[in-house]
Write a protein that binds this ligand. Structure first.
Ligand SMILES: Cc1cc2nc3c(=O)[nH]c(=O)nc-3n(C[C@H](O)[C@H](O)[C@H](O)COP(=O)(O)OP(=O)(O)OC[C@H]3O[C@@H](n4cnc5c(N)ncnc54)[C@H](O)[C@@H]3O)c2cc1C
Length: 592
């Protein structure tokens, strides 16, 4: 496997040339104080060094060794604790954290690039800080001032980690039926009892303490999702002076043996009357969790992109070096026994598909991150509201489309290696295995599609969708004629999505099954259209510069490939959507 090199040039292109993000920062007073283009470039450079230097070398050994469990104690693979310390000491766990409690206060769009780098280096490793920063976000937004002051500084510093405890053996997608109980105590705390499964980073040896965010129900809570509350439950109790006290009544019963992300500890957690503290209001736990979920779901999409990028870096190196057969148009490397496989049309198809999907994904996730920043920091209410609605609309697309495309990408990366792609030492098969979970956790991609179509499209009567579609139409209308080769197919793709959206909104009125029947293909048609917008924006930033620098020539070539070879996929997806739900219900359960 090629050594990982952070794609800094491409990140800078997206931030500075495509989105001119420093203009947005200058408009948002809270960000104008902490970040400008120069600071951002320096941060990304440093993140590139730490992720490539300290973390990437552990990816394969971490996969081979995995985590181990012994009587409740979980050990991460060799090198992980030291690398985590280095990462934490650099301040990277708190990169997006509130400066009031010791975080770096960077915008999400910078955090998104750092996440990409750490997860490209090792997804298993990246999950530990990701869960911690997600937990911090819920604490920051919903916990009491006392809890914030007591927990956030140590978590941002990376001395304590976080976990998110939602899933139970019988309750994954449907959290309304969880059984974990929280009983109020006279001192205002709660006793939390129950079993959670699949808890990422529920137990490990990277930090002094682990702060679990646990969903549970009070004894008199209403049934269903409206009866769920959120609790902060530390592994080790924290004394009033901030020092660590006794062990709390909880433990790790076992860890899972998995297809991938083997260096990430996936734990069964038993809470046996553990002391917990309410975060936010009673019965409003899911809302408090959702604060963190928009960030985490975008983060999972970025995990997919990270794996696609790592796979591409190895595939391109291999395709240039591996010689097999002659080019169909005649020998290219005449001094060699055969040509490098990069001459073959099918290898080029795979490489360009990987490149177009990775770079489209990087631009799209950065775009969504900028909307998160605008929603959080804009002082203009209308602007913040629009950005918030765009985040709501685009988050399920970012989670599901980036990870679906990542599986395709990593499989191409494996295929380019031929038989060697199937052999462990080359590293490509690990990326495929690691990628698979990104389509499943944090809400399966099927559930993301339902969220997009049911809650965001139908639920808003199409108004959230209109923000995005109108923005693309305004871009097309104002674009220079020299961009017509990109804006014409983009305009047609948006018109197609308009029609598809209207079709679904209409059909959903008469048959509730239509939403679920259309949702996955609809989300993918949406994703390809969103990437077409990104590629048109990237083409605009590159056009005219291609003769001076081959980076821009490569951008334009990839944009042309995207429009010619990938965007047309929307037609078959649209036909599937319009085929409706009828054919899904022709068999009864026994006939399958
Ligand atoms: C490695 C790993 C790490 C994880 N980390 C965490 C963690 O840190 N914290 C945590 O709380 N959880 C975690 N999870 C749990 C994960 O989020 C769940 O597995 C996931 O949300 C799906 O839940 P489930 O497994 O119970 O599947 P189910 O909910 O049983 O779903 C089974 C299938 O049915 C489909 N389905 C369910 N309901 C519907 C519906 N209404 N409409 C259409 N289709 C439906 C699903 O899409 C899926 O395909 C992790 C899981 C794994 C494997």
């Amino acid at each position: 496997m090629a050594d990982y090199k952070a794609p800094l040039r491409d990140m800078r292109f997206v931030l500075n040339e495509v989105f001119e993000v420093s203009r947005l920062w200058a408009e948002l007073p809270a960000l104008a104080e902490v970040v400008d283009e120069e600071t951002a470039n320096a941060i990304l450079e440093e993140a590139g060094k730490v992720t490539a230097g300290s973390i990437a070398p552990l990816n394969r050994s971490g996969d081979e060794e995995g985590c181990s469990w012994d009587n409740g104690v979980v050990k991460t693979p060799a090198g992980f604790p030291e690398a985590y310390r280095t990462y934490a000491e650099g301040g990277w766990v708190g990169v997006g954290g509130s400066p009031e409690f010791g975080g770096m206060g960077m915008p999400k769009v910078i955090g998104a690039q750092v996440e990409e780098m750490v997860n490209s280096a090792s997804l298993s490793f990246g999950l530990y800080p990701m869960l911690t920063s997600g937990a911090c976000l819920s604490i920051l937004n919903h916990a009491s001032e006392e809890l914030k002051a007591q927990y956030l500084p140590n978590m941002y510093e990376g001395r304590w980690a976080g976990s998110m405890c939602l899933t139970e053996p019988h309750a994954g997608t449907d959290l309304g039926i969880i059984r974990t109980k929280a009983e109020p105590q006279a001192d205002g705390s709660y006793r939390v009892s129950g079993t959670k499964i699949f808890i990422t980073g529920g137990e490990h040896d990277l930090t002094e303490n682990i702060i679990h965010l646990v969903l549970a129900k009070l004894p008199d809570a209403p049934a269903g999702p409206k009866g769920i509350s959120l609790f902060l439950v530390p592994k080790i109790m924290v004394n009033a002076d901030g020092s660590l006290g006794e062990k709390n009544a909880l433990g790790c019963g076992s860890i899972e043996h998995k297809m991938g992300i083997k260096a990430s500890a996936t734990c069964v957690m038993n809470f046996d009357g553990a002391t917990g503290y309410l975060i936010g209001e009673v019965n409003k736990g899911l809302a408090a969790m959702f604060t963190m979920m928009n960030y985490e779901r975008l983060g999972v999409g970025i995990q997919g992109l990270s794996l696609g990028e790592r796979s591409y870096q190895s595939a391109i190196e291999y395709a240039r070096e591996r010689i097999q057969s002659r080019a169909p148009t005649g020998p290219v490397a005449k001094d060699k026994a055969a040509d490098p496989i990069i001459v073959h049309p099918d290898v080029r198809r795979m490489l360009l598909t990987m490149k177009a999907l990775n770079e489209g994904g990087r631009a799209f996730s950065s775009y969504v991150a900028m909307q998160l920043d605008t929603a959080k920091y804009s002082e203009d209410r209308e602007t913040a509201k629009r950005a918030d609605e765009l985040v709501a609309l685009l988050t399920p697309v970012a989670k599901a489309f980036l990870t679906d495309m990542a599986l395709e990408t990593t499989v191409h990366g494996q295929q380019i290696f031929g038989g060697h792609g199937f052999i462990r030492e080359w590293g490509q098969e690990q990326l495929v295995r690691d990628c698979r979970i990104t389509q499943i956790y944090e809400g399966t991609n099927g559930i993301q599609s339902l969220d997009l179509m049911g809650r965001k499209i139908v639920g808003s009567g199409g108004s959230y969708y209109k923000h995005f579609a109108d923005e693309i139409k305004a871009f097309v209308a104002s674009a220079d004629a020299s961009l017509a080769e990109f804006t014409k197919p983009l305009a047609a793709a948006v018109q197609n999505l308009d029609e598809l959206t209207a079709w679904v909104l209409d059909r959903a009125k008469s048959n509730p099954n239509e939403i679920g029947a259309a949702s996955v293909e609809y989300l993918q048609a949406f994703g390809y259209t969103a990437y077409a917008y990104m590629w048109a924006l990237m083409a605009r930033a590159a056009l005219g510069k291609e003769a001076q620098d081959e980076f821009y020539a490569s951008k334009l070539g990839t944009a042309r490939f995207y429009f010619a070879r990938l965007l047309p996929r929307i037609h078959s997806l649209s036909a599937s959507v319009k085929a409706g739900s009828e054919s899904l219900y022709l068999l009864d359960a026994a006939q399958f």
